[in-house]
Structure formats: C-alpha cells, structure tokens
Design a binder for this molecule. Structure first.
Ligand SMILES: NC(=O)C1=CN([C@@H]2O[C@H](COP(=O)(O)OP(=O)(O)OC[C@H]3O[C@@H](n4cnc5c(N)ncnc54)[C@H](O)[C@@H]3O)[C@@H](O)[C@H]2O)C=CC1
Length: 401
C-alpha cells in the first residue's frame, strides 16, 4: 500500500505523468536498448518495438497500477499483475532485471519532466515502481518455484516431430522434448514462449498457445503467418516458422504459463462456461476444450467462434469434435463470408444466445472482437469478474482501459 505522503504526491502528479507517459516510455526503451542492445535482439519483440505497441502497453500498465493504488488503496490489480507475471515467467525474467528497468525508467522520467521531478516526486514514484515490481517479482518467483524451475531456467530444446497445414495461413507444429520423456501436464489455455534464431543472428521470442490436450506426450502449437500490411509489419517469427521449420528442427521452447485456465474461473465447482474465440484466438480454446472433455465436465459449455470464412477457421474440426464429446456442449459460428449453412453471417452477435445463470466466459481473439464480446456479456448481466481473456502481444486493452 502506498504511504500517505506518496499518495498525495502521486495524486497531484498523476495527470502530468499520465500526459507524458508515452514520451517517458519511448525514451526509457531507447535508453535501455542503448545500454543493453542484447535485450532488443534477444528478449523484446522487435516488431512491437518498431510499432510502438510495447511502449503503449508499458505506459498503460504503469498508469493503470498508479490509478489503482489511488482508487482502491489496500488492494492490488491482481488480474493485471498475474497476466504480466505469467508472460514474464515464460520469458525467464529475473528480479535483477527490475533494477535495470528502474534505472533507465527513472532517468527517462527526469529527462522528460525535468525540474518537476523534485526529490519528493521522485520518492513517491519510486514507491509506486517498487510496489509494482516487488509484487511481480514475488508472483514470478512463485510461478518458478511452484513448478520446480530455477528462476529464468524454464527453456528446453524441443524437436519438431510433425507439421500440418491447417489453413492457408495457419500451420501446426508438433513438439517433443529432445532426449525423450513425457512432458509434465500443463493447464488448458496456457501458452509457451518459442525462441528462434533469425538470419541476422537475433534470437526473437514469441508466445503461442498450446493446442494439444494438457497431458499429451506431444505438444502442439498452431501459428498464424502474420503477413503484415499497411499498419503492421510482417511477423518475423511466424514467417520464419512457416518458411523454414520442418520436422527434425529443434526449437527453444519455454515451460507453459498463462492464467486463462479453468481453475481461475471455477473455484472448485462446475459452472456454465462460454468459450468465445475469433481468428487465431481459437488456439487456447482447443486445449481448454480438451481439458473439459478429459474432466467429463457436466455443466453447459457454449463454444463460440467468429472468423473471416469457414476456410480461414483453423482447427475447426478439432473444436467441433471436442465440443461434441462434451456432455452439454453447443457450437455457434459466425463467418464474414461464405458461411453457407456452416454458421451465421457477420460478426459474433450474442443477442439470441441464452446464457445460463452463473456463466463464466473465456475470450480470445483480436482486440475489437474481445471488446465487442465483453460489452455484449456485460449487457447480458455477466459480472466483469467472470469475463476472462487472453491477450497475445502487448496488452493494449489495458493501455486503453
Ligand atoms: N488474444 C489476442 O491477443 C489475440 C490477438 N490476435 C491478434 O489479432 C490480429 C488479427 O487476428 P486474426 O486471427 O488475423 O483475426 P482476423 O483479423 O482474421 O479476425 C477474426 C475475426 O474477428 C472478428 N472481428 C474482427 N474485428 C471485429 C470487430 N471490430 N468486432 C467484432 N468482431 C470482430 C471477425 O469475426 C473476424 O472474422 C493478429 O494480428 C493477432 O496478433 C489474434 C488472436 C488472439
């Protein structure tokens, strides 16, 4: 909890810091990568840096954390912290790295705000930083130790033992640990980080949801080729995987992390579920469904998916087969074109969908889709706390929340 003196100072300076936060985070990353070029090459996503989205996400999380401290003193924004901690753990982040970030972040604050950063102001924001950093460090250490990993030591070598083209843009890669052995079961909905060496020697990392059943001996990821367009650069890692990775290749893969998991929503008891995905957001839903089937889940499960067309709908077969195996599963599909009798036309529309009382929702897909589903669920009376979501890449939902 923020001290009384710092609370007053943070309250008085939040508007100024908030207004300058994107400038501050831009200079922060410039300073950080100047001092540690290896971080941009081998840890941070270069595409997100170039597009500025990581900066917006960091700005959003700092501003969000400070606002939370002021508005809800004595509590923590647990959902936000948990999401960040899982992502960090999958990257192997360690406590020492928070000191490096602190140094460059505070230098950037002074560079942007100048004399406004009195010792009192610096001390108050220092307190905010360390409240957030220490909360994350504790969560990350718990994630490592719970699973018996050394801090930062979750990477392993995995051999690609199969590859399957799912759609024109999505390929699945089947992975088995080098040296054999059955991997520990993960939780449906979790993801792994994958690190590949690119032609210029950079070792870039991306997260991909696990698609296989949590206890499968062979793990599967399904990757959409990010072709890029006017607003977004082509995905360096997804294109590399599509163009060069065939069976026999060994990839560096992290242990599974991610908190879009059943236990976070269920609290021990079965309840009606809604699993809504769009586009490549289908991936975590498939492992969640596999886990539900495995548990012989008895409560109603509504499986919703929206896509450009049936042909673009990756893993449609797996999703349908698993939904069919559920005791009380229903499927609802929407396609922008070519729906025929395979689904409804247009974006996902929940107007006609009857939601049993007590439904918990899981959503994953492009941000506009997730916002639209969240709005529709809130309008139908689903409490915000029962809406769980996964964001791939920088959390711009937070930045704009
Ligand atoms: N959870 C996450 O953070 C995810 C992020 N993405 C990101 O989103 C981008 C696009 O993903 P794609 O699979 O190519 O999806 P996409 O662009 O093919 O869209 C899939 C479907 O989302 C729905 N949708 C799109 N805009 C909507 C809107 N404004 N309102 C309601 N529904 C809407 C439509 O039904 C559309 O067919 C990717 O670049 C990816 O990085 C994708 C999946 C998951």
């Amino acid at each position: 909890m923020l001290s009384e003196t710092s609370t007053a100072t943070v309250r008085a300076t939040l508007p100024a810091v908030g207004a300058a936060i994107e400038d501050i985070t831009e200079r922060f990353y410039a300073r950080l990568f100047d001092a540690h070029p290896e971080l941009l090459r081998d840890l941070f996503n270069r595409g997100n840096q170039a597009a500025g989205t990581q900066r917006q996400a960091l700005a959003g999380s700092i501003a969000g954390f400070a606002t939370h401290l002021l508005e809800h003193p004595g509590t923590r924004p647990d959902a936000m912290l948990s999401r960040i901690a899982h992502k960090h753990a999958s990257l192997g982040v360690s406590a020492a790295q928070y000191k490096v970030v602190h140094q460059h972040l505070f230098e950037a604050i002074v560079e942007v705000l100048g004399d406004a950063v009195t010792p009192e102001v610096a001390a108050a924001w220092d307190e905010v930083y360390w409240l957030m950093a220490n909360a994350l460090i504790a969560l990350e250490e718990r994630l490592y130790t719970e699973r018996g990993y050394l801090v930062g030591g979750t990477w392993g070598d995995w051999e690609v033992v199969g590859r399957r083209e799912e759609t024109g843009d999505v390929a699945s890669f089947l992975l088995r640990p080098v040296g054999g052995g059955t991997p520990q079961p993960f939780q449906g909905g979790q993801y792994v980080s994958v690190q590949v060496e690119l032609p210029d020697g950079a070792r870039q990392i991306r997260q991909y949801s696990l698609v296989s059943a949590p206890d499968a001996a062979v793990r599967q990821i399904s990757v959409k080729r990010e072709r890029g367009g006017e607003e977004s650069p082509a995905g360096e890692v997804s294109n590399h995987l599509h163009d060069t990775v065939q069976p026999g290749r060994v990839l560096r893969v992290s242990a599974p992390f991610g908190d879009l998991v059943l236990d976070s929503a269920l609290g021990g008891a079965e309840r009606p579920l809604l699993l809504a995905s769009a586009g490549i957001g289908v991936t975590p839903m498939v492992s969640l469904l596999a886990e539900l089937v495995d548990r012989e889940y008895g409560a109603p499960v509504a499986v919703l998916h929206a896509d450009r067309s049936p042909a673009a709908h990756a893993l449609r077969g797996d999703q349908a087969i698993l939904a069919e195996k559920l005791t009380a599963g229903t499927t609802h599909y929407w396609y922008e074109e070519g729906a025929g009798d395979l689904g409804r036309v247009g974006y996902a529309d929940l107007t006609d969908l009857e939601l049993p009382a007590g439904t918990a929702a899981f959503i994953c897909g492009p941000l506009p889709f997730m916002r639209s589903i969240r709005e529709q669920l809130l309008a139908k009376g689903v409490p915000a706390a029962d809406i769980h979501y996964e964001v791939f890449g920088p959390d711009l939902w937070l930045a704009s929340a």
